[in-house]
Design a protein around this ligand. Structure first.
Ligand code: G3H
Ligand code: ZN
Length: 289
């Protein structure tokens, strides 16, 4: 059932487990996330990127998530979050339609602009009684990885500075903080790692829940250590995309006579559900609903 995100995250923060924030853009992924949450008796956050909203439109994807959450998922707490919001108009639309939390990602801007925008969205969100997430530091994607490999950029320069994070949080007054501690958007096993000392330092200076982005590609050990060091929300997108594609390629042979989209997509939905269940167990949010 859809609940305020505070209900989900405050408990995780207090009891030292993490809640998975899983990206969706369609019915099948939403079904997979909600079925996994129910089977594991776990709270979950379901999040949409801006491009996921553009894929269908805001009302459609919001309607899919709320109706699946309030029917199939009625026994577990579920919140809807906007992931990496950069378009102020769209962020405001998400607040208006009923999202439980919005991410204002102004991390590419200079510090003062990031503070200004994050504070503005934080106050708008609070007027509606919902949460806001801000971001400090640069979380790389595939393109950034290429620049890292060529030496054009240095990972150390992109990571969140703990003292700056302390100052930032005091100024912006948001509810959760996305930090850059070495993870990368996408799955790059062996390359991604978490700078645990930095995370510990941030945790000691910042007392709002910390969000680990770029979760796909991390090992079980890395997840567990990051949770021990104070992460309360872990974002997962690519792991579900990989599970979807792998199952589809395996099940849909070129000479297959399947034409029913439901049958074609069933193995992918099941594979994504299994992936979410695996993550939930690692994060320790199972049996916390
Ligand atoms: O905001 C979304 C996430 O940080 C997902 O990252 O694709 O590496 O799991 P991921
Ligand atoms: Zn992210």
């Amino acid at each position: 059932m859809i609940v305020p995100i505070k209900q989900i995250v405050s408990r995780a923060h207090k009891n030292k487990y993490a809640v998975g924030a899983f990206n969706t853009s369609n019915l099948e992924t939403t079904l997979a996330i909600v079925r996994a949450a129910v089977s594991q008796k776990s709270p979950v956050i379901i999040q949409t990127s801006e491009s996921a909203i553009h894929y269908s439109n805001l009302q459609t994807i919001f309607g899919i998530i709320t109706s699946v959450a309030n029917s199939i998922g009625k026994s577990v707490p579920i919140s809807i979050h906007l992931d990496h919001g950069k378009d102020l108009g769209l962020i405001k639309d998400c607040i208006k339609i009923g999202y439980n939390s919005v991410h204002i990602d102004a991390s590419e801007k200079d510090f003062a602009t990031n503070v200004f925008l994050s504070r503005e969205i934080g106050s708008l969100a609070h007027k509606k009684g919902i949460w806001a997430q801000a971001e400090l530091g640069s979380i790389l994607g595939k393109e950034g990885l290429v620049k890292l490999e060529t030496g054009e950029i240095n990972m150390k320069d992109l990571l969140t500075d703990p003292l700056q994070a302390q100052e930032f949080v005091a100024l912006v007054k948001v509810d959760t903080l996305a930090v850059a501690v070495g993870t990368i958007h996408g799955s790059f096993q062996g390359i991604e790692k978490v700078d645990e000392r930095r995370l510990q330092k941030i945790r000691s200076l910042v007392n709002i829940p910390i969000v680990l982005h770029g979760g796909s590609g991390l090992s079980v050990q890395m997840f567990k250590q990051a949770i021990k060091n104070g992460v309360s929300i872990i974002n997962i997108d690519t792991n579900l995309r990989l599970a979807f594609k792998e199952a589809l390629v395996k099940s849909l042979k070129p000479d297959s006579d399947l034409i029913d989209p439901r049958k074609i997509l069933e193995p992918s939905t099941k594979a994504m559900q299994a992936e979410v269940e695996k993550m939930i167990k690692i994060f320790g949010s199972n049996n916390q609903a």
